[in-house]
Design a protein around this ligand. Structure first.
Ligand SMILES: NC(=O)c1ccc[n+]([C@@H]2O[C@H](COP(=O)([O-])OP(=O)(O)OC[C@H]3O[C@@H](n4cnc5c(N)ncnc54)[C@H](OP(=O)(O)O)[C@@H]3O)[C@@H](O)[C@H]2O)c1
Length: 317
């Protein structure tokens, strides 16, 4: 569907859509809070058959299960599950992939929606593998979950994968030997500069992986959506360094929205599957593009084996 043919109001368009009877299984990673929780609520409301959410907060997770059951139409016979998982390191990512595959059962996952993590920090916090923890959750865990679930038979035929995160930014001088940006941090880059570069790095790595994934696994479709600015339950400007805090505040006034108002966009993609061949979209579902680094096939080819090594799949194609 061309952008001009997009409905002006996705929430209104979804009032004519029902998932009842389609027997779909959705997994929302990061579904305990924020955008992921709103996506899970809306899928329940539309009658999705099975919804599995993954996060670390068991209380919020189990409360979400009750909320989804209340929202579901009676004839959807909704089945819900909370899967505990911590995606901060490779061990946690691999355990989460396994737990999700088991929770989904033999039919597999139809919709894999990844919304884990929040904003970068502007400093490095090493994880158990020595990588930056924010990067691990934001980018590496999306690589690990999508790759492992694909290779290990966790996805249903024609599954749709989706990452909701910054899209289209480029860290033009990214080195595949320094994905955690340790060299920059050691060189004394300011917190503000490192924050911006972490954000660009996450977008660069995710775009590159998703582009490469779509080429290698054409049986599935993997979308990457930039959500704009969404004022989630835990959103705070406190941890945002320097002038970026003011830019973000202004951005929130101009284009900011709430999780429940944003959720119809990603859910529209899953429920209607009418976005044509594009894989990248902005906060209004206008088509997006790859940034400069990710747009270069040589970079993507160099990155792939490095990512495979990090997620414990070294030597895999
Ligand atoms: N909100 C925005 O304005 C905005 C703008 C641009 C991009 N984004 C991106 O959009 C995505 C969703 O953002 P959001 O604002 O909805 O985030 P959020 O409200 O902070 O929610 C993040 C979710 O990720 C889960 N999570 C965090 N760390 C985790 C870990 N180590 N293991 C497993 N789950 C973990 C959290 O669950 P638990 O606490 O239960 O683990 C929570 O469900 C993020 O990737 C964010 O970077 C957001």
């Amino acid at each position: 569907m061309s952008p001009t043919a997009m409905p002006p109001n996705f929430a209104a368009a979804l009032t004519k859509v029902s998932l009842v009877g389609q027997n779909k299984t959705a997994v929302v990673v990061g579904g305990t809070l924020g955008i992921g929780a709103a996506v899970a609520r809306l899928l329940a409301k539309l009658g999705c058959k099975r919804i599995i959410i993954l996060g670390r907060d068991e209380n919020r997770g189990t409360a979400m299960l009750e909320t989804m059951k209340k929202l579901a139409p009676a004839d959807s016979r909704l089945e819900v599950a909370f899967v505990w998982g911590d995606l901060s390191d490779t061990k946690g990512m691999r355990a989460a992939a396994l737990a999700l595959r088991e929770a989904a059962g033999p039919a597999g996952i139809d919709y894999l929606i990844m919304t884990q993590n929040g904003v970068p920090k502007g400093f490095l916090v090493p994880n158990a593998d020595g990588h930056d923890t924010g990067f691990a959750i934001q980018a590496l865990s999306r690589v690990a979950l999508s790759y492992l679930l694909t290779k290990q038979g966790g996805l249903a035929p024609n599954a749709i994968l989706m990452s909701i995160a910054n899209q289209g930014n480029s860290l033009d001088d990214l080195s595949v030997d320094d994905l955690s940006l340790k060299v920059r941090a050691a060189a004394g880059e300011s917190q503000t500069a490192l924050f911006m570069n972490q954000s660009k790095r996450d977008s660069t790595v995710l775009d590159s992986f998703i582009e490469e994934f779509n080429t290698r696994y054409p049986a599935y479709r993997f979308f990457h959506l930039w959500p704009g600015l969404v004022n989630t339950e835990n959103f705070t400007y406190d941890e945002v360094p320097g002038y970026i805090k003011y830019m973000m505040w202004l951005g929130m006034q101009l284009i900011g929205t709430t999780p429940d108002k944003y959720a119809p966009l990603p859910v529209y993609v899953h429920a209607t599957q009418t976005l044509g061949s594009g894989m990248y979209f902005d906060y209004k579902l206008n088509p997006g593009k790859l940034g400069k680094w990710a747009g270069d096939v040589k970079n993507r080819k160099a990155l792939w084996p490095v990512l495979m090594e990090i997620i414990g799949e070294g030597g895999s194609e």
